[in-house]
Design a protein around this ligand. Structure first.
Ligand code: FNR
Length: 191
């Protein structure tokens, strides 16, 4: 019974460092036995959350798709940039949409029991660490258990090789280990 992990980045940018980072962690999770699905939020554009729009049209198609994907997986690997010391609007907007219960669904049950590992990469010296404080809190709010292990990669513009691996083998190991940790924790939970 392999754990199922959904991996995504909080950036839609084509050359996103966070997309590279989450894929390194995903490789670690795969090596540890997990079945990892990568999703690019650029492929799931959704309108800015608006309660009137929700009342009129319900959950947008792409938000519903993302929520279904999240519900179908046991855990999440998420790497998000830090924008003005918080998470990106694209990630917050996606979380706000998927956090809304379907008609008849009681409260925030959809993500209860899901486990996440979070990380960030930034050209700056702190690696986006301040955004992770917010991301941890937001995920906790929708009942996702966020593991204490996390990683913020500073000077991201010089952290990656052209093939997406990390230049510093110790960093590569540490990020792969984060993915493996999530896989191992989930293996025990779903056993
Ligand atoms: C940033 N960036 C940034 N970086 C950081 O370390 N702390 C911050 O508070 C911010 N704030 C910020 C705000 C806005 C509006 C933008 C567009 C950018 C820089 C950011 O880390 C950089 O653009 C990363 O490369 C974005 O991540 P991806 O797209 O490479 O994954």
């Amino acid at each position: 019974n392999r754990p199922k992990i959904l991996a995504f980045a909080g950036s839609t940018r084509e050359a996103s460092y966070n997309k590279l980072l989450v894929k390194v962690a995903a490789a670690g999770a795969t090596a540890a036995g997990a079945e990892v699905t990568y999703v690019d939020l650029r492929d799931l554009p959704m309108p800015l959350f608006d309660e009137d729009l929700e009342a009129k049209e319900g959950m947008p198609e792409n938000a519903r798709k993302l929520k279904e994907l999240m519900v179908a997986h046991d855990g999440f690997l998420i790497a998000s940039p830090e924008y003005n010391s918080s998470i990106t609007p694209v990630l917050k907007n996606a979380i706000d949409w998927v956090s809304r219960p379907a008609p008849g669904e009681p409260g925030l049950v959809a993500f209860t029991g899901k486990v996440a590992v979070i990380m960030s990469a930034s050209p700056g010296g702190m690696g986006g660490l301040r955004g992770l404080v917010h991301l941890r809190s937001i995920l906790g709010n929708i009942n996702v258990l966020v593991l204490p292990d996390q990683k913020a990669i500073p000077q991201a513009f010089e952290a990656f090789n052209a093939d997406g691996t990390m230049k510093d083998p110790k960093q590569q190991d540490a990020v792969e280990n984060l993915g493996a940790k999530l896989s191992n924790v989930l293996s025990k939970l779903i056993a």
